[in-house]
Design a protein around this ligand. Structure first.
Ligand code: G16
Length: 545
């Protein structure tokens, strides 16, 4: 052990010395910053991944190199735990400690982690590595692989994949293929076979037409959707745009459409056509259309959650298996969606802090947990209990026809959904399934409820950590006086709600506001952003709409 750690620390000093003096945190989705500051971080995360795998008695661990929705010059890395879930939170502190250690401390920090976790040095370690399409990703992957190798870990390099594909592969390897086959072919085959089964032999139905426009954010989502098309055949027509020739996430992609509330560049404006946007690593999806007046109508993660919940609740009821379904949202959820879930759908709905790691954990409390962030990041998870009940009942031909049909539909949905994490491609197949089953156009889908107008703004601070929050990020507790100001502004607008929180992926704080009218939501967001700028050490130009 001492020799391995010694080699790892010497190689780190020689090839990947620490570059940044500023500390970095394992944030909402791992480490993210400018790519040029990351080589030593990647090397060290490679070292840590080996310890994590050994601590799980050799289970495969994922290491994904991506900065997802961030601009192209950024990059990042996150670790994936054995069931395809995000890294256990108690290990985030190890990651942060290791990333911020000085070059000469590497040996002692690695040793301290190994001792704290009673690492068995005889255990094997297998690390699955994936990367997005950023120009900086190949070199960063090499840094990670060097770290894994010097620690004696085995590398399975998946090359360029979407983030959710890597989550899926890790879960598949660790269940010996029971979850799925850990290959790209296995991934697409399983999902699209289930999709075609759900769709039957009639691709059109009522107002539903099997054709969409797809904004790939010039990222890996576009590349993989192209592959998916060959599996989909005639079941769904997908026109691909922003398919890799432009700049990643620039004026396009799910984050741009959601935050800016405008249609992506590079996609033709076809009135009332159903369009989707995914983000840079294809773990988020939003739908939209532009109407006759060229106005954008956004159907975001809240809409996705309510559409899927409504459909699954009906199936659960018809299946008569006594399963409990619940939803999980964050503070960004539009107030109208939360109302719709609790008052119209009458389903339990919880609010947790931002980050799939929080939503996923909460969703595990239900037989069927549906979680989506408003930004389009989410999935549906079926507990082992629910999966067993559904799959056993699906083999009971003696059940009444309607009940059996609902049960078999649920069984096919289990096959089509990537339950490990939000997955734009898998979510798309589920959403197209629901719209097809309902015979709905995107306008029919939108008619369920009316969103409260809202606005998001970003503020840059000297140090964003001065903002501290509580109550699932809905209230700020520092700096002093900020929440009182927010309360004052909110009181002045009908249906007003606003909050502020430091981003865990970008060096900014995010402000969210909603109100009865767009003008009021804009004004509220600007008031809150200005208060943050003044009270929390804003830098650069003051906030503006
Ligand atoms: C990541 C997380 C999401 C989160 C988003 C923004 O998404 O996985 O759960 O909503 O960052 O986080 P923050 O507001 O803290 O910057 P992605 O798609 O960028 O990986």
């Amino acid at each position: 052990m001492a020799k391995v750690l010694d080699n790892a620390s010497k190689l780190g000093l020689e090839k990947y010395p620490r570059q940044e003096s500023r500390d970095i945190l394992y944030g909402t989705a791992g480490f993210r910053t400018r790519a040029e500051n990351l080589p030593h971080i990647l090397y060290r995360v490679g070292l840590l991944a080996v310890l994590r795998s050994k601590s799980k008695r050799g289970a495969a661990i994922g290491l994904m190199i991506t900065a997802s929705h961030n601009p192209e010059p950024d990059n990042g890395v996150k670790l994936i735990d054995p069931f395809g879930e995000m890294l256990q939170q108690s290990w985030e502190k190890f990651a942060t400690r290791l990333a911020n250690a000085s070059d000469t401390e590497l040996y002692s920090v690695l040793l301290a982690i190994a001792e704290a976790e009673s690492i068995d040095w005889e255990a094997r370690a297998l690390i699955c590595v994936g990367q997005d399409t950023r120009p900086s990703s190949p070199d960063l992957a090499q840094a990670a692989i060097t770290g894994i190798t010097v620690m004696g870990g085995e590398v399975k390099d998946y090359g360029v994949v979407t983030t959710p594909m890597l989550h899926y592969f890790v879960a598949s390897i660790n269940t010996d293929g029971i979850y799925a086959e850990a290959t790209e072919d296995g991934y697409f085959k399983k999902m699209t076979t289930a999709f075609k089964k759900l769709r039957g032999d009639k691709p059109s139905n009522g107002n539903y037409v099997p054709s969409i426009l797809f904004d790939g954010a010039n990222g890996v989502g576009a590349l993989k959707m192209k592959v998916c098309l060959s599996y989909l055949g005639d079941s769904l027509q997908v026109q691909l745009y922003n398919d890799g020739n432009g700049k990643l996430n620039h004026l396009c992609g799910a984050d741009y459409v959601k935050v800016q509330q405008c249609a992506p560049h590079g996609v033709p404006r076809i009135t009332n056509a159903r369009c989707v946007s995914v983000d840079g690593d294809a773990d988020r999806i939003v739908y939209y259309y532009t109407d006759e007046c060229d106005k954008l109508h956004l159907l975001d993660g809240d809409r996705i959650a309510t559409l899927v919940a409504d459909y699954l609740m009906e199936l659960v009821q018809k299946s008569n298996l006594g399963l409990q379904l619940g939803l999980v949202q964050t503070a960004y959820a539009n107030g109208s969606s939360t109302n719709y879930i609790s008052k119209t759908l009458k389903a339990p709905v919880a609010c947790v802090p931002t980050g799939v790691k929080h939503l996923h954990q909460k969703a595990l409390e239900y037989d069927i947990g549906i979680y989506f962030e408003a930004n389009g990041h989410g999935t549906v998870i079926f507990s082992d209990f629910a999966t067993k009940r559904i799959c056993c009942a699906a083999e009971e031909p003696s059940l009444p026809k309607k009940q059996l049909c609902a049960i078999r539909t649920l069984a096919a949905i289990i096959e089509a959904i990537n339950q490990t994490v939000g997955d734009a491609i898998s979510d798309l197949l589920i959403l197209e399934t629901v719209l097809h089953a309902r015979g709905w156009s995107i306008q029919d889908w939108e008619a369920a409820y009316t969103d409260l107008p809202n606005r998001q703004l970003k503020v840059t601070l000297k140090d964003r950590r001065v903002i501290e929050t509580t109550d699932a990020e809905r209230k700020s507790v520092a700096p002093p006086g900020l929440q009182d100001q927010i309360n004052l502004f909110v009181r002045n607008v009908p249906n007003g709600r606003a909050f502020v929180r430091p981003s865990g992926t970008e060096d900014i704080v995010r402000v969210y506001a909603e109100a009865d009218t767009q003008a009021n939501a804009d004004q509220l967001a600007l008031q809150v952003a200005s208060a943050v700028y003044q009270l929390a050490g804003g830098v650069g130009s003051p906030p503006a709409l």
